[in-house]
Design a protein around this ligand. Structure first.
Ligand code: FE2
Length: 350
């Protein structure tokens, strides 16, 4: 994905807006879930692009999550020899980077090592990886990432990006290639026994949904999955690779984008893949986006793909992009109980 033109100033102005507290709708009449529903009444979100702080009356204990995206590891070894014709371009992409904090010359491998070694020293309950961890389906890259992640001692949850499974120029549809190379290369990065296209984990009372949207389209089974998960009515965060469409954004924010179609596909030649469909998105993909953003218990969407920090509020819901990890960038996500005023802190006397 080419870099977004969004300036830092635009991002921080969006962040300031996001810090506004807003109340959610009162769900009177839903007796069975009355206690749970009322707990969503207080909610706020604040971000400076490095740390996102979510406060909610539905959160009962602190949760800290580290999001890593788009590290674009390009390591390879003899197992990749026969695929060189398909990996050549991406194996040379992002090989030399500059560390975001100080401009030091570095590379994706060094930055991944630094990120995971810092994570091991902190207080994370989970690490979420939102795709393009490797620049092509590289067994050496996956081995390296897994080794580094295991060494943190922190549970980690991965979903793929459009480059993780893509050998450029290889015959097959995006869906077929994703299924094939998840099984042949990426499987070690997933927890045992999960469906790589959609799975969930509850961490300290917060439901983390990992959804693979790396072909821009959502499958019916993935729509069914989020419906079932959201119906649990517990605080939920969603992690994916490609951001949801927000008005004013490019087709890179492609899930539910009304211009995502063949006429707007500018990278199919360079990426040597099939063209996006003439007719654009399916009804399933549009429903997925709309239903996620309408759910009261969905507290934030966290993605990558664009390589720059951006934040959109869509129907009041934060939709985040984290900057690419190849320069050492990550997002720390903190969930906390909504702060109480002094009079609310008193314990009732009998
Ligand atoms: Fe990427």
């Amino acid at each position: 994905m080419t870099q977004s033109n969004l300036s830092r100033r635009q991002f921080f102005s969006a962040s300031a807006l996001a810090a506004t507290t807003f109340a959610t709708a009162n769900l009177r009449g839903q007796d069975a879930r009355a206690n749970c529903a009322s707990s969503y009444e207080q909610y706020s979100y604040a971000s400076d692009g490095k740390t996102a702080k979510i406060f909610s009356s539905a959160i009962s204990e602190p949760v800290n999550i580290l999001q890593i995206s788009d590290s674009h590891l390009f390591l390879d070894d003899a197992r990749g020899e026969e695929y060189k014709q398909f990996s050549d371009r991406m194996a040379k992409a992002y090989n030399h980077t500059k560390r975001a904090t100080d401009g030091k010359e570095t590379n994706p491998t060094e930055m991944f090592q630094e990120i995971t070694s810092n994570a091991a020293k902190q207080d994370y309950d989970a690490i979420t990886l939102t795709g393009d961890i490797v620049s092509f389906p590289s067994a050496a890259g996956v081995d390296f990432a897994k080794e580094q992640l295991e060494a943190t001692g922190v549970p980690y949850f991965y979903t793929s990006g459009n480059h993780d499974w893509h050998f450029e120029g290889m015959e097959g549809s995006e869906k077929e290639l994703r299924d094939e190379w998840i099984q042949k290369r990426l499987k070690p990065l997933y927890p045992d026994g999960v469906n790589p296209l959609c799975y969930s984990r509850i961490v300290n009372g917060v439901n983390l949904l990992m959804v693979d949207d790396s072909i821009y389209e959502i499958l019916p089974e993935q729509l069914d999955f989020i419906r079932q998960e959201l119906a649990k009515n517990i605080p939920t965060l969603v992690f994916m690779h490609i951001p949801l469409y927000a008005p004013g954004r490019s087709v890179g924010y492609g899930v539910g984008h009304p211009d995502w179609n063949a006429a707007h596909d500018r990278n199919m030649i360079v990426e040597r893949r099939r063209q996006w469909p003439e007719a654009g998105h399916t009804a399933v993909t549009y429903s997925f986006r709309d239903e996620l953003l309408a759910a009261q218990n969905m507290l934030g969407v966290f993605t990558g793909h664009i390589h720059q920090n951006t934040l959109d509020l869509v129907n009041g819901k934060p939709s985040n992009v984290v900057r690419a990890a190849y320069d050492g960038s990550t997002l720390r996500i903190e969930l906390r109980p909504f702060p109480k005023r002094p009079e609310q802190r008193k314990t009732p006397t009998r």
